[in-house]
Design a protein around this ligand. Structure first.
Ligand code: SF4
Ligand code: SF4
Length: 414
């Protein structure tokens, strides 16, 4: 390091992991454990410019490393979009409790044209999106689903995922998607043919198993996506077994919505603790244990101030409107229109938007896990409270998961 005063950029945070002082980089997600001297130096670097004379030999290696990670740069507000949802229709043949995309236009609005969707894909690709999640409504109601996926691939999207309820998959439409969709993800409501249907009218287990088999036959990666809630948390190991037998991967989605809407399916704190415990112990053995896209226990020791909504990911509604996240299609969070706007206009609006950081969320700002959790899900805050700046009602899940993860980490390093 040359002779110059240094100070941390605003993306650097200081906290402790189970009593171990650490410094974290919210731009890279990385963190470094600190000695007593290192912690004192980092505390100074957070609040003032430090001269090279103040950096002792004991801390020279730490400072060199932090410099290599960009800790002293003030990062310009760059757009770092990685993934996007594209809702290709508002139509659906099912009506599931807690469906994130259901709105007043369900089964009423006209589908967007292929050329509108292609324009949206062009714009998203220009903004850096590499992972496109095609959702609906039910995407397989469209006859040109393969054309949409092909266009995404032509634009250089590395991963194209189709989310489906599985009921409209056929050998023919899956064969058309082969080589274009990387993953077909089928949502499940029930872990056996005679299990109760909690969020759908009927149990579709056998049909969905058949759909998974057809996805595999078409040579596409099959993923199953069970929705968890108060009444089926004990089914997690059963779903893992089902996935293994099918040769599919599995992820879980936590049923979300207001407590008024979800009623007795809304997980209570005891359920969320049980889920965290199950996921934690499964995570010690199983290769795939994730809850929603944002919280993967294998990556829980990553530093962040917020989730990726409006930063690394956005969502395009079936009318082209762009929102920070697929679960936040709210008029007050509108960022533009991907059918009408060009990439420059959209980029400008996205850069101007920011989610409340965890330090600004009442109830989270003094939480010891805040820089690992990022404050949970802003959409769940909205569902429950009508605003994005409150604590996630599923906080207990994150808190318990992080308690256990940090405890395991500390026992490994001490
Ligand atoms: S664990 Fe709970 S209180 Fe802590 S940051 Fe996450 S949501 Fe907020
Ligand atoms: S608001 Fe919730 S669903 Fe959306 S990106 Fe953030 S954590 Fe994920």
């Amino acid at each position: 390091m040359g002779y110059h005063f240094v100070k941390f950029g605003s993306h650097i945070v200081r906290f402790s992991l189970g009593g171990i002082p650490v410094v974290g980089n919210t731009a890279t997600g990385g963190l470094v454990g600190l000695t007593f001297a290192g912690a004192n130096l980092c505390d100074a670097l957070l609040v003032r410019e430090v001269s090279p004379d103040e950096i002792t030999d004991k801390c020279a290696e730490l400072v060199t490393y932090l410099e290599s990670q960009g800790a002293f740069d003030e990062l310009e507000e760059r757009l770092v979009l990685q993934s996007a949802y594209l809702h290709v229709t508002n139509t659906c043949n099912l009506s599931c409790v807690g469906c994130y995309s259901a709105d007043a236009n369900r089964n009423r609005a006209c589908d967007p044209s292929l050329s509108d969707l292609e324009h949206a894909v062009d714009v998203l690709a220009e903004l850096g999106v590499k992972r496109l999640v095609i959702s609906g409504g039910e995407p397989f109601v469209r006859q040109d689903l393969a054309d949409i996926a092909r266009h995404a691939k032509t634009c250089g999207m590395g991963e194209v995922v189709v989310l489906t309820n599985g009921t409209l998959c056929t050998k023919e439409n899956l064969a058309q998607l082969a080589g274009l969709a990387d993953i077909v993800s089928i949502s499940f409501d029930g872990a056996s043919p005679d299990g109760p249907a909690y969020i759908r009218e009927h149990q579709l287990f056998d049909r969905l198993i058949h759909a998974v088999a057809m996805v595999k036959e078409a040579g596409i990666h099959a993923h199953i996506l069970p929705t968890l809630h108060a009444k089926n948390i004990h089914d997690v190991p059963v779903y893992l077994e089902v996935a293994e037998q099918l040769g599919a991967t599995v992820g879980f989605s936590l049923l979300s919505g207001s407590s008024a809407e979800l009623g007795d399916l809304m997980p209570c704190d005891a359920c969320l603790c049980e889920l965290a415990d199950r996921m934690f112990s499964l995570g010690q053995e199983a290769s795939v244990v994730s809850i929603d896209d944002e919280f993967d226990l294998r990556r829980a020791l990553r530093v962040r101030r917020a989730c990726g909504a409006g930063k690394t990911n956005v969502s395009v509604a079936a009318n082209g409107n762009v929102y920070p996240c697929h679960m936040l299609h709210k008029p007050e969070l509108l960022l533009g229109n991907a059918f009408a706007d060009d990439a420059t206009t959209l980029a400008k609006h996205i850069k101007q938007f920011s989610m409340p950081a965890v330090d600004e969320i009442a109830g989270c700002s003094s939480c010891e896990h805040r820089y690992l959790c990022g404050g949970g899900c802003r959409a769940r805050s909205y569902d429950e409270n009508g605003e994005i700046g409150r604590r996630d009602p599923y906080c207990v899940f994150y808190r318990r998961s992080l308690d256990k993860t940090v405890e395991a980490f500390v026992s490994q390093v001490s």
